[in-house]
Design a protein around this ligand. Structure first.
Ligand code: PEP
Ligand code: MN
Length: 332
């Protein structure tokens, strides 16, 4: 249940009512709102003269629900808007990992040349094995920050766990919460206070309910700039790395008020399928795409099999505009 308190209710009174009603108190614009479990249909106690309006839901998908706010939240990135009524589709690319200054500068040259405004690269890598490259950590974030200054690009990079979330928030323009970190409440709560857009990836074993509830942790901590990213879920199929859940994306578009991105690279796991899958993603009419590219994928230190080389990416990128315009979207 979400309760909008009257504009005349001050912070102290709002917090007192929150304690008495087991609610989270959040400031939204000039008003305070209270949020408690979706199971609660009426609060105990007589607060009628403090309440302006209340909203009821079938589950704990509340702030993210289109029942609460029917419009997709607009998020400003690199001076452009995704979501809202923008019809923009933002393409973000870059390597899986930051590997060296030279590698990142080569990627920055490439994306700048294409007119892409956001570069992706992970530095705290959530690897499946402890014996593989774990990322350059803080050093990698510093490389990304320098590239941001030199090229005027925006940067997205991921947090692996809550131990270094502050460093990630300090250095990036968009915080990526990876599939394996989707349940990390230390990360989610910090993201709620980050004051920067968050790209939350769906855990590969997470239901849509769990996925959106993870977003609710960020939203109810005060950050409404959350992008949901579908990147493939685990099914019985092993020929591809994961299975991209486009049905889930249709659900999110219909019921959830947050912008949706698709990541075909991690879903497919093999470069040969990424171009076709990306075109299918564009046809889905989402708000953005996250695609891995690398100057020389063969020697990439992580996710080598799925990264596109620059020639492959350019050919793919050039093919997207026509599909986007057929569904009334603009590639940005
Ligand atoms: C990545 O984006 O490189 C990554 C590790 O993705 P995911 O969290 O979806 O596995
Ligand atoms: Mn990767």
């Amino acid at each position: 249940m979400i309760i909008h308190l009257k504009e005349s209710i001050d912070q102290k009174t709002a917090e007192e009512i929150a304690i008495k009603t087991d609610s989270i108190c959040l400031k939204k614009g000039s008003k305070f709102i209270l949020i408690n479990s979706g199971k609660i249909k009426a609060i105990k106690g007589d607060f009628n003269n403090a309440i302006e309006e209340s909203f009821h839901f079938e589950s704990d998908i509340q702030l993210a629900s289109r029942q609460y706010n029917s419009d997709t939240i607009p998020i400003a990135i690199a001076g452009k808007i995704i979501g809202g009524n923008s019809r923009n589709m933002m393409v973000i690319t870059g390597p899986c990992s930051v590997e060296s200054v030279q590698q990142i500068e080569s990627c920055a040259d490439f994306v700048s040349d294409l007119g892409i405004s956001v570069l992706r690269a992970g530095s705290f890598k959530p690897r499946t094995s402890p014996y593989t490259f774990q990322g350059l950590g803080l050093e990698g974030l510093k490389i990304l920050s320098k590239v941001r200054e030199k090229y005027g690009l925006k940067i997205i990079s991921e947090a692996r766990d809550a131990t270094h979330i502050d460093e990630v928030i300090d250095h990036v323009d968009i915080v990526q919460v990876g599939a394996k970190a989707m349940y990390d409440q230390g990360i989610l709560r910090k993201c709620g206070k980050a004051g920067k857009p968050i790209l939350l990836k769906r855990g590969f074993g997470a239901t849509l309910q769990e996925f959106v509830q993870a977003a609710e942790f960020i939203l109810c901590s005060g950050n409404e700039n959350v992008i949901l990213c579908e990147r493939g879920i685990r099914t019985f199929e092993t020929k591809t790395r994961f299975t991209l859940d486009l049905c889930g994306v249709a659900y999110l578009k219909e019921h959830i008020n947050l912008p949706v991105f698709l990541d075909p690279s991690h879903a497919m796991g093999y470069a040969y399928g990424v171009a076709d899958l990306t075109r299918a993603c564009v046809a889905m009419g989402v708000d953005g795409l996250l695609i891995e590219s690398h100057p020389n994928p063969k020697i990439a230190l992580s996710d080598a099999s799925q990264q596109l080389n620059f020639k492959e990416f350019r050919t793919l990128y050039d093919s997207l505009g026509a599909i986007a315009s057929a569904i009334g979207r603009n590639i940005i």
